[in-house]
Ligand binder design. Structure first.
Ligand SMILES: C[S@@+](CC[C@H](N)C(=O)[O-])C[C@H]1O[C@@H](n2cnc3c(N)ncnc32)[C@H](O)[C@@H]1O
Length: 263
């Protein structure tokens, strides 16, 4: 029988299971870096993404040697192992044990030093203030109901002068009827902020739960960009990205990446 999930605490538990299932289903966000990618990264030829397609500009990074990097909600064996092979000291925090297992799989295969921590992106109590020089946070805050604690915690654990590189969804992605959009029809339906818990009919939500799809939340730009500024960050970089095959992306970029510095 399908469990019922009603509270924010349940969202984290539900999404842990949903992302473990995504690993079993080999979702593209769970496929670990291959040996050639790691070998190239060791030679200095590396790139990572925060959004589906565009690589993060190299100008957004300081030298990686001895750089303490937190890959935040970034399991799956992608960003973490690449940055470790490029010389960084990497910790990957994620809510899904199976996603973290992908990072450990690459680390073991490639003899990379890498630390994995199971936890919540909104609660970094496992880390002291000023613990990291760089935080890499690929598009994943759509899986928490409230994004502002994520920015505040990222700010706390970064050292002054450290940078937060974040990818997130343009909220426009969430205002359309998802089932119709899959059929190529863009029909405005939902108000922002969007929540799989509150914006769908009970029957639609139950279909997501029955299929063990991760629950998603569409945050406003005020929470995404204003939230970083309110946490104390200074924005120093910005780009947008698309996603081939997604109808709305034919009309506008649907992902945003920011570089934010803790003064
Ligand atoms: C789209 S994947 C992003 C990771 C991937 N390496 C990439 O290249 O974008 C989203 C990740 O967010 C994680 N996640 C979801 N909710 C989380 C939470 N509350 N705290 C930490 N991680 C979470 C999932 O387990 C999943 O690994």
């Amino acid at each position: 029988m399908t469990e019922r999930f009603d509270t924010p605490t349940d969202i984290r538990r539900y999404n842990r299971r949903a992302w473990d299932r995504a690993v079993e289903r080999r979702s593209e966000w769970t496929v670990p870096a291959d040996a050639a990618t790691i070998a190239a990264a060791r030679r200095g030829d590396w790139r990572i993404i925060l959004t589906p397609v565009k690589p993060v500009p190299r100008s957004w990074f300081s030298p990686l040697a001895s750089c303490r990097v937190l890959c935040l909600a970034s399991g799956g064996g992608q960003q973490g192992p690449v940055l470790a092979a490029a010389g960084a000291t990497v910790t990957v925090l994620d809510n899904s044990p199976q996603q973290l297992a992908q990072d450990r799989y690459v680390a073991d295969r490639e003899h990379l030093a890498l630390t994995t921590v199971e936890g919540d992106m909104a609660d970094l109590a496992a880390f002291a203030d000023d613990s990291f020089d760089l935080i890499v946070h690929p598009c994943s805050n759509l899986f928490v109901a409230d994004v502002r604690p994520v920015w505040r915690e990222a700010y706390r654990v970064l050292r002054p002068g450290g940078a937060l590189l974040a990818g997130f969804c343009n909220p426009a992605s969430f205002i359309f009827d998802a089932a119709l959009a899959d059929e190529g029809v863009l029909q405005v339906r939902h108000k922002l902020p969007y929540s799989d818990l509150n914006s769908l009919t009970p029957e639609e939500r139950q279909r997501y739960l029955d299929d063990e799809q991760p629950l998603e939340f569409g945050h406003t730009l005020e929470d995404q960009i204003g939230g970083q500024l309110d946490a104390g960050f200074v924005l120093t970089g910005f780009y947008e990205d698309g996603w081939p095959g997604v109808k709305l992306a034919e009309y506008m970029p649907i992902f945003i990446a920011t570089r934010a510095v803790k003064p």
